[in-house]
Design a protein around this ligand. Sequence first.
Ligand code: ADP
Ligand code: ZN
Ligand code: MG
Length: 474
Amino acid sequence: MFEVVIGLEVHTQLNTKTKLFCSCPTSFNHKQNTNTCPTCLALPGALPVLNKEVLHKSIMLGTAIDATINKTSYFDRKSYFYPDSPSAYQITQLYTPVVEHGTLKIDFEDGTHKIIRINRAHIEADAGKNIHEGDISKVDLNRAGTPLLEIVSEPDLSNGEEVVLYLKKLHSIIRYLDIGDANMQEGSFRVDVNVSIRPKGDKKLYTRVEIKNINSFKFIQKAIELEVARQSEAWEDGVYETEILQETRLFDQTKQETRSMRGKEEAADYRYFPEPDLLKVSITEEMLKIYSSIPELPDEKMARFVKEYGMNDYSASVVTSSVEMAHFFEGMMACGISPKNALTWLTTELQGRLKGEMNISNSPVDALKLGHLVKRIEDGTISGKAAKEVLDKLMEENLDVDTVIDALGLKQMSDTGAIEAICDAVIAANPEKVQQYKSGKDKLFGFFVGQVMKESKGSANPQSVNELLKAKLG
Ligand code: ADP
Ligand code: ZN
Ligand code: MG
């Protein structure tokens, strides 16, 4: 039997204001070829200057994965021609990247975990975009020279499930650090999957096939499945040596196959050499101190929620599943409400109402408003049922919680005097039922509660009603 060996290369775009080596803006929604300058157009004589923000964000990532930050790192030139790369080379870091030897922990559902080693994370420049329209191809260089961080794992992953866990974790760390938006569909988080197989127990690494740029977790799993099947069949048919070549393959989602795109080049083919236009990158102790300070990461946040709020692991993992969720939840907690209520109102009530284009980041009801609403349930101002009505209204209109409660007349009657008067009236109106209740027909209690709630038009605080009736009926 075979075991599967997988290593991942992730290219993540860093969300800096300007490009890697020039001061052109990194925003893409501009007219084609307007965010360009002599440097990113590779005009003769223009020289690159490293953007410090890129270094900062790379070191943040390095810190988050417990990696070594190299005090000195270098840029190298990787030569190849492609129409969307005007310089005919890419500036990258081959020999000494800024970040090396990190780790990422992935957690399985059964509570066990696995440590995946990360070989390196290096800085490199992105290319532009080729746009094909019918017979015509155009080049847009707005993206040329935007900063990428390429994060390369060791071949420590053994199946599609582990790959997805690794990618989700890495994605989440990038979002928590706010160093990139890591949007897979939009191409700011691109994954190359390297796959090989070997007889179980064999320590040797066999020929790897690289599958490029697959843009969803589902497709990544599918591509791995197909590629593993192709390689094991070749092995079983005795044609592994001739059929499985080190190459780059493309995943075709319609045909459900991987197919050869090009032979895999070796490093030597790219004529790598130290980039002569850039100085070495030196990181001082002072810079390192500033750049390596990072916000709380998903695992730490989860552990803290468990400890501080007494949540179980599952609930804590739900509210830390994305940085937006975590911030929203913490925003609600700032209103001094119970974690349990915050969780329900966030995940069931609010998320249940976020439809279409709406999501937690652009929700019409923000964390403080939702927290405030929950507070009004907890302090007895409104019932849970009424709160749902208030929330419906708040989803439609930007109003204040208390204003809506007043406008909809949903305030609970908490004045015990008023509730008591209703209780007395209900008891006086139903002497027979009172008699039956007193002689043991316990079920009738619900009848009395119902009557009082009805008389108060649902506004009586149910807990007060219960207490008062119990006292009165004995
Ligand atoms: P390249 O840019 O040429 O693809 P990298 O060193 O950037 O080379 O990436 C190689 C990737 O392939 C790494 O993630 C590594 O873990 C993985 N890898 C190397 N050998 C194997 C193998 N035999 N099977 C699966 N993955 C492998
Ligand atoms: Zn530029
Ligand atoms: Mg590769």
